[in-house]
Structure formats: C-alpha cells, structure tokens
Design a protein around this ligand. Structure first.
Ligand code: PLP
Length: 411
C-alpha cells in the first residue's frame, strides 16, 4: 500500500487551481509531474556540480561524471540489465527506437526481409520501421488486435515467420491500456531467428520490468513519463548486439582515436553517446529512479490497479460512454481512452478542463490504431501514483456535467 497523500505532498505542481477548480492531472501517459526530489536534484547539479562529463580532470568534471554514471547504474538496476554497458542514454523512447531501426536495422535487414509490429503501436514505433523498410526494400507487417482489445497472439504466430528479422511491440498500449504478452512474443521472435524490440514507454514508469526475464533484445523508455525530466531516455540493448552495431551519431565523446580519414570508437555504452549528453537530465532521471524504487514499482502498479478497479466500472456505467481496450478490470492499466456518444473528444477534453480535470484528446500518436478500431479520436484519462479516488470521482462528475451540458445546456 502506498500513502498517496504523502506522495502528493512531493509534487508541488498538483497544488494549483485551473479554471477556479483544484487541478486533477490525468494526462500522465503524455508526461508525468516531477517530485521535489527530482526538482532539487536538477537545481543541485546546476548549483554545485555543473561540468562536462568524461573530459575534465578537475573536481567538478569528476563529480558530474560520477553522478552521470551513477544514474546509469540506477537505471540498470531498475530494469535488471546485466551491465551498465547495455544502458544507453538517449533523448527518449523515440530516439531509442530510431537508433535500433537505423543501426541494427541497417545491419540486419535486407530486401524481402520482414519487420513485424502491431496495429496498436505509437507512431514512434511505426515510422522508424517504415523508413527502414523503405531504405531496404523490406516488408512491414502488422499483428491484429482482437475485438475485445488484446493483441491477437494467434495472428502473431502467422505474421512472424522465418523471414522476420525484427519484432517491435509496445509493452503497454498508450491507447488501449492493455499489457502485451512480451515474453510469449519474444519466444516466438527468437524461434524464427528474429530479435525482439520493446517500446516500454508506458510500462517502466508503472510496473516492475526485468529485461532479462523478458529476454528482450532492445527495450526503450522515456524519463519524462516516470517523474524524470524531458529530453532524457534510455535504450537497453544486449551487449552482443550493441557490439556489432555502428553508432548512429558521430562526434566528440564517442571516439577513441581520430585520424585524418578514419576513427575508432570508445567501448560501450559511450560509443553511442556522441556529443555532450543531457547530463542534468540523466542525473535527475537517476533521482526519479530512486524515488520510484523507494516507493516500489509493485506498489505503484497495485495503486493504479486499485484506481482502475474503482473508476472503470463507473465509466462503463455512464450511458453513451465507450471505453476502448479490455473491459475486464484486471486487464486494463491506468490508461483509459473513451468517447462520449455524439461529442467530439476535443469538446469533452475542453469541457473537463473547465472543471480543472486535465485529460488528453486526439489520436494519441496512434493513427493506424484509431483507423483500425474505426474511431477518429478519443479522450484519454491516464492515472499515476499521485492520483486518488477523489480524482477519479472528479473525472466522473466532470464527465456527467459535460454530458448534461451538451444535452440540455447550462443548468
Ligand atoms: N511509445 C509509447 C507507447 C508512448 O506512449 C510514447 C509517448 O507518448 C512514445 C512511444 C514516445 O515517447 P517520447 O515522446 O518520450 O519519445
């Protein structure tokens, strides 16, 4: 059990009014708020330790380097990677997936080869593969989704074949809120000699993840969705694969020797981190990892499951409201996309904002998914560790008020 009232006290941004109502922040799938410990770490770094990493021999440079590398170790521990050489700092999930598609993709994919993703992917896990397929004359295939909102494993077995070189799937969907069976997919991919890439943007912040247990070959996630700053993210990759890959970017920090016509690279993980990295971001991400692990990812997961068990039946009971993704409480994470019959989700989100309730509306960077389920857009409420049942009540009240307003006008 987590003490949500204590947790809320750590997030100063939550204590404000929006449109004269206390803020209820339910847009956590887009980005999460930052606890005081993360804000303090950022300020402390710039006030005391700011220097470039891996270069200077002076004290500040040593301190910055030590903290930067300590953050890498914290991330390694969080996701159960074997060694810090397998943890690359990137700008976020998008950059991480682009690196895999460019570097590993260029190495391993040829004309006629297949890349398999699913219809529920975020654009970040679609477009890099489209680009790779176009560069190489490869084929991009999509795994179906069942009518009740799950990844169709039977279809996955058909789509993944001996021609498949890469399978890349979201661990948790940012629209359907469903957890995908990554271990089963990894076994399938490996049986056919393909590698398994996981988009963990909506998983790592919310539940325990162990990349070795999943046997994922690459695993990508973003700092800003897990209480860390924007502009910092992670790509985990198995050493054997990273060793074979070329860096995506070239320049300072990542080189060993530079000659006039050629150069050699540093060892892992630094060979991928060209230029001055987001030092403050990485260090503050380390503080976010400390914060989340102190509370416990299992506890955070349970808290969100309790919130879903509370709010999902209330949403399902509203006449004219459709919840997308699994309808079973135990299969739905805290990402809840919905529509109100006859209302555009942008109008719904604007009306909820008038009540101080922040939700997202649109295609959620998943246009192929929305086309697949045949809805142009949805509203989406997404919960995190600092949300309460009172927040859920405010959401429900605001939806009912919105419905009433559009049906009968102002009271
Ligand atoms: N993948 C999923 C499932 C996401 O939800 C997101 C963000 O919304 C991304 C990828 C992209 O993350 P970022 O914008 O931090 O690179």
């Amino acid at each position: 059990m987590i003490n949500v009232e204590n947790i809320r006290q750590q997030f100063p941004i939550l204590f404000q009014e929006v449109n004269d109502e206390p803020l209820v922040y339910l847009d956590n799938a887009a980005t999460t708020q930052k606890p005081q410990a993360v804000l303090d770490k950022l300020a402390y770094y710039y006030e005391h330790d700011n220097a470039n990493v891996h270069r200077g021999v002076h004290t500040l440079a040593e301190r910055a380097t030590k903290e930067y590398e300590a953050a890498r170790e914290k991330v390694r521990r969080l996701i159960g990677a074997n060694e810090t050489a397998e943890i690359l700092f990137t700008r976020g999930t998008t950059t991480s997936l682009n690196w895999v598609a460019k570097s590993y993709g260029d190495l391993a994919v040829g004309a006629g080869d297949e890349i398999v993703i699913s219809y529920m992917e975020h654009h970040s896990n679609i477009i890099p593969w489209q680009q790779l397929a176009q560069r190489k004359g490869a084929v991009l295939k999509y795994i179906d989704i069942t009518a009740d909102g799950y990844l169709d494993l039977e279809n996955a077995k058909k789509q993944i074949t001996d021609k498949t070189k890469i399978v890349s799937i979201a661990h948790v969907s940012n629209v359907l809120g469903v957890i995908n069976p990554i271990s089963e997919l990894t076994v399938l991919a490996h049986q056919h000699g393909a590698i398994m890439v996981v988009d963990g943007a909506q998983a790592v912040p919310h539940m325990p993840v162990n990349v070795q247990e999943l046997d994922a070959d690459f695993y990508a996630f973003s700092g800003h969705k897990m209480c860390g700053p924007t502009g910092i993210g992670v790509l985990y990759g198995k050493r054997a694969l990273l060793e074979k890959m070329e860096p995506v970017e070239f320049g300072g920090e990542m080189i060993d020797f530079v000659n006039l016509q050629d150069s050699t690279w540093k060892e892992l993980p630094w060979k991928f981190e060209a230029g001055t990295p987001n030092i403050a971001g990485a260090i503050a991400l380390g503080a976010a990892v400390d914060y989340l692990t102190d509370i416990g990812l299992e506890n955070i997961h349970q808290h969100e499951a309790d919130l879903v068990a509370y709010v999902l039946p209330k949403l399902q009971a509203i006449e004219g409201l459709t919840v997308y993704g699994p309808q079973k409480i135990e299969d739905h994470t805290g990402v809840i996309a919905f529509n109100l019959e006859g209302l555009h989700p942008h109008d719904v989100a604007t009306a909820l904002d008038m009540e101080g309730v922040a939700v997202r509306a649109g295609h959620h960077c998943a246009q192929p998914l929305l086309k697949y389920i045949d809805v142009p857009a949805t509203a989406r409420a997404s919960f995190y560790l600092y949300n309460t049942k009172a927040d859920a009540d405010r959401l429900i009240e605001a939806i009912l008020a919105t419905k009433e307003f559009f049906q009968h006008g102002p009271i």
